[in-house]
Design a binder for this molecule. Structure first.
Ligand SMILES: Cc1cc2nc3c(=O)[nH]c(=O)nc-3n(C[C@H](O)[C@H](O)[C@H](O)COP(=O)(O)O)c2cc1C
Length: 208
């Protein structure tokens, strides 16, 4: 099976624009991928806990020196990273909450961006270890004008963050689709959604 790992993070199960864009990306990916299968992790329905002191101690203890408690402390991180490593492509859907990611997504990020597992450091430079697969990201913004030159562009701490973060852990192909103004007047919101769906249909990497 060729697997897409889909991570959803909007607190809304119904009426979520980021999930709607994710559905379109997922459908496109399935259509062009023989033997496609999707593994889902819904961070709203099934939240991952924040990392704690034990998790951090486990991260920084070499695997062969971890006792049972430290092994348990990194077990969820191991599982979440394993899901990424087992996937042929990653899809993240996310709203902007307070100019950044929802805390549900940030909690997942803190488990999967991990020294020695998804990123290596040789004392001078970092090297991402999750290589050889694409990442797709769908973002919904309630307001408008986050595009380059827009009034709120300097406050977009979500799109550049996810782009750089995924590249940091090794993804070289990161495709980000956005829809703004989801809370705006209906014609504007609808036009934004249509443009995002068209952008998905035109993605060269998802061409049939
Ligand atoms: C707690 C919260 C914070 C939000 N913060 C922002 C924000 O900083 N900027 C913005 O443009 N929209 C903001 N919004 C609006 C959401 O980004 C918008 O409703 C988006 O469509 C939500 O994603 P969803 O449709 O996938 O649920 C916020 C919404 C919530 C619930």
């Amino acid at each position: 099976m060729t697997t897409l790992l889909r991570i959803d993070s909007s607190a809304r199960a119904e009426g979520s624009r980021s999930r709607q864009l994710g559905d379109a990306l997922e459908a496109r990916w399935i259509a062009r991928t023989p033997g496609a299968g999707v593994v889902r992790r819904d961070l709203a329905a099934d939240p991952v806990p924040h990392i704690d002191a034990g998790t951090i101690a486990g991260f920084f203890t070499p695997a062969d020196q971890r006792d049972a408690a430290l092994r348990e402390a990194v077990a969820l991180s191991d599982r979440l990273i394993g899901e990424i490593e087992a996937a042929d492509a990653l899809l993240i859907t996310t709203p902007m909450y307070n100019f950044g990611p929802p805390s549900a997504l940030k909690a997942w990020i803190d488990h999967v961006v991990r020294i020695h597992r998804t990123v290596a450091y040789d004392g001078a430079t970092f090297r991402g270890l999750v290589t050889g697969r694409p990442a797709f990201v769908a973002i919904a913004y309630g307001a408008a004008s986050y595009k380059p030159g827009g009034m709120l562009a300097p406050l977009d701490f979500l799109k550049p963050y996810l782009d750089q973060l995924l590249r940091f852990i090794g993804f070289t192909q990161v495709e980000i689709i956005t829809a703004e103004a989801t809370n705006g007047a209906e014609p504007v919101a609808a036009a934004e959604l249509d443009a995002a769906l068209e952008a998905i249909a035109r993605l060269p990497s998802l061409a049939a």
